[in-house]
Design a protein around this ligand. Structure first.
Ligand SMILES: *[C@@H]1O[C@H](CO)[C@@H](O)[C@H](O)[C@H]1NC(C)=O
Ligand SMILES: *[C@@H]1O[C@H](CO)[C@@H](O)[C@H](O)[C@H]1NC(C)=O
Ligand SMILES: *[C@@H]1O[C@H](CO)[C@@H](O)[C@H](O)[C@H]1NC(C)=O
Ligand SMILES: [Ca+2]
Ligand SMILES: [Ca+2]
Ligand SMILES: [Ca+2]
Length: 824
């Protein structure tokens, strides 16, 4: 069967115009027994032309229907479709221009080939492999193809040094962007020891600016940028060391990338001291000749310890761009720290079977084992370097606006994605989502600086409020956005900071949320299992970016809850003594200053049936047919409504969607079912069944509407997964799939086994759990290596598995081992 499908495909794909689009053709393959005469008869009965037998395949005919739309994105309906039900037809299939063609499209003629040996392993930049593990949504290649490679931009890595004579760094190494704060000299070369402890800075530097096409190691994201290193982590880090490091040559260095911070132990609350704080402020005010230094920060690796990045004053600062990580499959990595100050995300490592990052390594080597959020800060620094090349005049705040505007959720999985009142999708795991280098350079190119930053501060009264374990404490404050003081007035929000003075017997028991006037809820603090401190929060500042673009005016509510752990006397109550709301933002709409010739470009239009906008290669028919279908559906809904008034909802929905399609509307984000065509500034329809997509072909889906399953191999949405493919992503069954599913709690991808049993991969059947588990996902053994692996998996699947069980520990290099809980 396969053979003739390809035969038909190759016959028709060559004469079609756009090989990258996957659509239904007006050709069918039919199996009819009874000879050519019978086939002819059936063809004419339903209005087809029989083009004869398909190659050497007996009883298989090629039918053509001239009155059916030649290229359509969905299976067409009409009297011809009744042939499907004719008993004389054994089998019939409308031909689709599908993945065969698509895969050729992947080796697109513009594809850049570099001779660097690890180029093919740089999965987060390009798709060189033909399998479905292709992940290129950071669009770095596309930014390069537009000519941006970081030229004339200077980046430095604040870390444990940089191997300046590394063959993949030497050419871009910049002495003037470097300093050794630990050694107090101008040479940031790391200190070598047998464990290669000081490899971190060199690894980060390569990600940003490793030299391209030099037959060595990798290609940096901004491979023509200048790269320096500030050696400051290899020694006692003090406030002075930090302040010095953050303030080195602010007029020369554009971007500072830092992948370090306070201990990620889940119990520390710490941030910049008074000098480092001043260094940040001086940097954003005076750096880059007044445009502001750009500080990029890793959000932290304390996920396993239940750390929350809001307790890290560096990532939490409005002056740093805090960056999170996601695995290649869009899963939450074990080290990820959740908090509301995270702005954007890049790919990084995940479980041991997920791919890691390749980069330059100490001793002139190359590694494919770079991991954690340390990966993500330099990646974003590289992407910002591309944007600064596109427009060197953007300010430190413009850079943050650009990231808010262009980062996307794509396939990053989190259960807290929400759309704020300004239309931005945001999550506590990933901020505004995966960075998009191409969108960054395109936006940067035409960007006009946002209006000046205003700061509106309001302090609560000094009334002590008790935090009772059984009841949430709600403290509200109404704000005018300082409308009475023009110098401070904020109408449109950027960052929001809440400073709290809380006295509490056990800090780790607290949870704090902030609800904006528009109803957006930011979690400022989550419970931290290991935080036993009785110090409370003494004027600690929590920050959220989740209200970005919303209006400042209205009632703000701080919600505090306390769930006493067994380690404390629940009779002792915590107290909120004072809180301060600090709103940052602008009076004018930040994007109105973009000027009239630019403002239109900020909007994407939803197409209408009146829209005279057939794009090249897109048949007009499909929209018309769909509208016709919609109209018919609406009429049906109207009739139903008239006879049964309880059907009012579908009637209403239908008409509102019809109205939407008749009127062009400007929106800041395309609705579900549409994708942004940036060049045409339009929202275009995804293929039917797709909820999100990157194009409107059948194989360009990224997620599916309810009731359909995402078929990963083909990027399409199907009603049922093919055999041996499992829901919800129709992935071929494999060990790594099985393990990765476990971290997607609640998703079924292995055969379901009864409670107390698990799916045994060796025996391919359900087997009983170890006696200690009520539920499990794997066997339980203390001897084999599998034990660790499954201990780990058990943990990711069953969050409650803790006190009397095994607790998994994992180092940053993903060597996984398990220890009994008590010994921790
Ligand atoms: C890299 O160098 C090779 C020659 O070694 C050349 O064929 C190729 O086009 C270069 N790639 C780029 C992107 O410049
Ligand atoms: C605070 O608000 C929540 C709902 O957001 C409510 O459940 C709770 O009872 C309120 N607490 C008090 C003390 O009113
Ligand atoms: C297993 O137990 C859970 C609750 O403990 C229940 O919801 C579920 O239906 C049970 N599954 C089976 C297959 O018995
Ligand atoms: Ca030195
Ligand atoms: Ca290289
Ligand atoms: Ca942390």
């Amino acid at each position: 069967m396969r053979f003739f499908v390809f035969f038909v495909l190759s016959t028709f794909s060559v004469c079609e115009t756009s090989p990258s689009r996957s659509v239904f053709t007006n050709h069918w393959a039919v199996r009819i027994t009874g000879g050519p005469e019978e086939a002819d008869k059936l063809a004419s009965k339903y209005g087809f032309t029989n083009l004869g037998q398909i190659g050497g395949l007996e009883d298989h005919y090629h039918f053509h229907h001239s009155r059916v739309v030649r290229r359509s994105t969905f299976a067409t309906r009409g009297t011809h479709s009744f042939i499907h039900m004719d008993p004389k037809v054994d089998w019939i299939q409308q031909q689709i221009v599908k993945s065969r063609v698509k895969r050729y499209a992947r080796s697109d003629p513009n594809f850049i080939y570099f001779n660097d040996p690890k180029w093919s392993n740089m999965w987060y930049i390009h798709c060189s492999d033909k399998n479905s593990r292709c992940r290129s949504e950071m669009n770095i290649l596309a930014a390069w193809q537009r000519g941006y490679t970081g030229r004339n931009v200077v980046v430095t890595i604040l870390d444990d040094g940089i191997e300046r004579n590394h063959p993949d760094l030497a050419q871009n190494y910049d002495q003037l962007a470097s300093y050794d704060v630990n050694g107090n000299d101008h040479d940031p070369t790391p200190r070598y020891d047998s464990s290669n402890e000081n490899k971190h800075g060199t690894r980060c530097a390569g990600e940003v600016a490793a030299v391209a096409n030099n037959s060595h190691c990798i290609v940096g994201i901004a491979y023509n940028a200048r790269i320096g290193g500030i050696r400051m982590l290899d020694g006692d880090v003090t406030d002075v060391v930090e302040a010095k490091s953050l303030g080195i040559r602010p007029d020369y260095i554009d971007i500072y990338s830092a992948s370090w911070g306070p201990d990620d132990d889940g119990k520390t609350v710490d941030g910049p001291g008074p000098l480092a704080k001043q260094a940040f402020e001086v940097g954003i005010k005076k750096g880059r000749k007044g445009l502001g230094s750009i500080f990029v920060w890793a959000s932290g690796n304390g996920g396993r310890q239940g750390d929350h990045c809001s307790c890290d004053g560096y990532t939490n600062s409005i002056y740093t761009i805090s960056v999170s990580s996601s695995t290649e499959n869009g899963n939450k990595p074990w080290y990820l720290e959740v908090c509301s100050s995270t702005l954007a995300t890049t790919y990084s490592s995940g479980e041991f079977y997920d791919r890691k990052i390749v980069t330059t390594d100490l001793r002139q080597r190359c590694t494919d084992g770079h991991t954690g959020t340390s990966v993500s800060a330099p990646m974003v620094a590289g992407v910002i370097a591309l944007a600064l090349e596109a427009n060197p005049l953007i300010t430190w705040r413009d850079v943050q606006h650009l990231l808010v505007k262009t980062s996307r959720p794509v396939h990053l999985k989190a259960n807290d994605w929400k759309t704020n009142a300004a239309g931005h999708k945001v999550s506590h795991l990933y901020g505004f989502g995966l960075v998009d280098a191409e969108a960054m350079v395109l936006e940067a190119k035409k960007w006009r600086s946002v209006p000046p930053q205003h700061i509106c501060t309001k302090i609560s009264d000094r009334r002590t409020r008790y935090i009772r374990p059984d009841q949430k404490l709600n403290a509200s404050m109404s704000s005018t956005g300082c409308s009475e003081q023009p110098e401070q007035q904020v109408v449109f929000l950027e960052h929001v900071v809440v400073r709290v003075l809380i006295v509490h017997p056990r800090r780790g028991d607290l949870e704090i949320s902030l609800i904006s006037p528009s109803g957006t809820r930011s979690q400022l603090l989550a419970k931290r299992l290991f935080d036993n401190s009785n110090e409370g929060f003494r004027n600690w500042e929590f920050m959220t970016v989740h209200c970005w673009g919303e209006r400042a005016e209205g009632t703000w509510t701080l919600e505090i809850s306390d769930s006493p752990s067994q380690l404390r006397n629940p009779e002792v109550l915590g107290k909120l003594k004072e809180w301060t709301l600090i709103l940052y933002g602008t009076v004018e709409h930040p994007y109105q200053s973009q000027g009239s010739q630019h403002s239109r470009s900020r909007m994407l239009e939803i197409p209408s049936i009146k829209g005279p906008e057939p794009s090249p290669g897109t048949p007009q028919h499909e929209d018309e047919e769909e509208e016709e279908f919609k109209m018919l559906f609406c009429i049906t809904a109207a009739v139903l409504f008239l006879s049964h008034p309880s059907n009012v909802l579908s009637f209403f929905l239908c008409f509102s969607s019809l109205l939407l399609s008749f009127h062009r509307t400007c929106v800041s984000h395309c609705p579900l079912g549409y994708f942004e065509n940036i060049e045409a500034r339009r929202c275009r329809r995804c293929h039917r069944g797709c909820e999100t997509c990157v194009g409107h072909g059948l194989n360009e889906c990224r997620s599916c509407r309810r009731g359909l399953y995402f078929y990963t191999e083909e990027n399409s949405c199907v009603e049922a997964c093919p055999t041996s493919y499992f829901k919800p992503h129709c992935i071929l069954f494999s060990l790594s799939l099985y393990l990765s599913c476990c971290s997607l709690a609640g998703m079924t991808c292995v055969p379901e086994c009864a409670n107390g049993t698990f799916f045994n991969l060796e025996e391919m059947k359900c087997s009983p759990c170890h006696i200690s588990c009520s539920t499990c996902t794997g066997p339980f053994t203390f001897t084999s290596a599998l034990f660790c692996l499954f201990c780990y998996v058990i943990f990711s699947c069953l969050m409650s598995f803790s006190t009397n069980g095994i607790f998994p520990v994992s180092s940053i290099d993903s060597s996984i081992y398990c220890v009994p809980y008590n010994t921790l």
